[in-house]
Ligand binder design. Sequence first.
Ligand code: CMP
Length: 139
Amino acid sequence: AIERTFSIIKPDAVRRNLIGQIIAKFEENGLRPIALKKIHMTREQAEGFYAVHKERPFFGELVEQMIASPVVVQVLEGEGAILKNREIMGATNPENAAEGTIRKLFALSVGENSVHGSDAPETAAQEIKFFFSDDELVG
Ligand code: CMP
């Protein structure tokens, strides 16, 4: 089925001028950006977005990294977009990421891992809503 998923190009990747190379990976694999914007997340946004991780030991560092400099938030649409995006990104920890994946190619560490992607249909819907209004989605 055609799905929509949410993606963030994280600060480490934006700082290294990798926006175009990362979007190219999505497009080459059949995912279409239907909404995108560059933003500098506030602390409140980062803490709210990652609230599910707030008891984890890496939460503080995660928030600091996400607000350190701008990110690109996107909605990607395509056949099986949620799983496909996860395959294109590769494993969370770049040490475990498969050849050719975004994280294998570009990630610096598990924290500075270049991209975020929704992990399931429910989180995709929530995460899209967190950053985009319906009228910003241009399928
Ligand atoms: P992301 O998909 O954005 O979701 C939560 C983020 O926490 C994750 O990618 C990693 O960048 C970051 N993180 C840092 N340390 C860890 C860890 N030990 N396990 C999982 N995620 C981590």
